[in-house]
Design a protein around this ligand. Structure first.
Ligand code: UTP
Length: 310
């Protein structure tokens, strides 16, 4: 039986074995997690986030057609030698970023049977400790310290912690949804902490327990592995992490939520991907000024279609 006493999480699991059907045809050959957000893959931002939060041991759960991910986090001696010969130190440093940031390990998921099944592949790597899960296509702005807040909540309350976002009731049927009751004090970063009392994957809008959606950061108790082993395929015929978390709640294990108020992009969704590229490019020291200039002119020339959303 897994102890519920708080212990700090030290390991991160990043599932990247999904098929990425929302981004076809690009994802027929290129994993969506490697699509560049400006000039680095979405996945690199995510590994950097894990390392910043104090989790330098990373396991990626990969699958078929994902060999490029392993290449990206491996050394590239020919390229390094070529850049060294040219004396191109800044590009050489950028090539080293992906190998220096964390200790990256890989395990295969065999078949894409769902996020819960992907997380289960990490059982041997994780052992008996709490651990973080970061979805490989979910980008959290580096200035918004969501994972750090979640790790602190887990250390305080034990059990598991999930990241929540208010997506509005009309959008909740695309997400895992939660029932909650008010929690204790806010997390260190100021985001609200709630106690999760129920979870359901992609409910119809009129049956959703709230407009709070589960987004791609989790800090989980290792007891989730025992539950996942017994979790039958659910929504979409996939083994759902949401269903396993619902079982943990039913068994009385604490599950808390941190209601995120910062910037988040689902880079597996084409529109959100475009927003991430534009926002991060416009804020870059090296590209921002000319890019913002381009954007101002571009927007000024757009036909007026009335007010639009964020
Ligand atoms: P998504 O549902 O966003 O991934 O899963 P997907 O199935 O690749 O996307 P679409 O809907 O077809 O476009 C969230 C995360 O879980 C991983 C994905 O790689 C993604 O990072 N995942 C999903 C797995 O690792 N294995 C799976 O079986 C399913």
């Amino acid at each position: 039986m897994t102890s519920l006493s708080p212990r700090p999480a030290r390991k991160a699991v990043i599932p990247v074995a999904g098929m990425g059907t929302r981004f076809l045809p690009a994802t027929k050959a290129v994993p969506k997690e490697l699509l560049p957000v400006v000039d680095r893959p979405a996945l690199q931002y995510i590994v950097e986030e894990a390392a910043r939060a104090g989790l330098p041991e990373v396991l990626m759960v990969t699958g078929r057609n994902k060999a490029a991910i392993e290449d990206f986090f491996d050394r590239h001696p020919e390229l390094e030698t070529a850049l060294e010969k040219k004396g191109d130190d800044s590009r050489l440093a950028s090539v080293h970023e992906s190998t220096d940031v964390a200790q990256v390990h890989f395990v295969r998921q065999g078949e894409a049977k769902g996020l819960g099944h992907a997380v289960l592949q990490a059982a041997a790597f994780v052992g008996d400790e709490p651990f973080a899960v970061l979805l490989g296509d979910d980008l959290i702005d580096a200035r918004d310290h969501l994972l750090e807040q979640m790790l602190a909540v887990q250390a305080e309350h034990g059990g598991s912690v999930i990241a929540l976002l208010d997506v509005g009731r009309e959008n909740i049927d695309k997400y895992g949804a939660v029932a909650v009751e008010p929690g204790a004090s806010p997390a260190a970063g100021g985001d609200e902490v709630v106690r999760v009392t129920g979870l359901v994957e992609k409910p119809p809008v009129d049956e959703a327990p709230s407009s709070l959606a589960i987004i791609g950061r989790y800090v989980l108790s290792a007891s989730v592995f025992d539950v996942l082993r017994e979790t039958a395929p659910g929504r979409g015929g996939e083994i759902q992490l949401t269903d396993a978390l619902a079982t943990l709640v039913e068994r009385g294990e604490p599950v808390h939520g941190v209601v995120f108020s910062g910037r988040r992009y689902d880079t597996g969704d084409r529109l959100d991907y475009l927003k991430a590229v534009v926002r991060l490019a416009s804020e870059r020291d090296d590209l921002g000024e000319p890019f913002r200039e381009f954007l101002r002119n571009f927007v000024a020339d757009l036909p007026d279609e009335g007010a639009s959303s964020s």
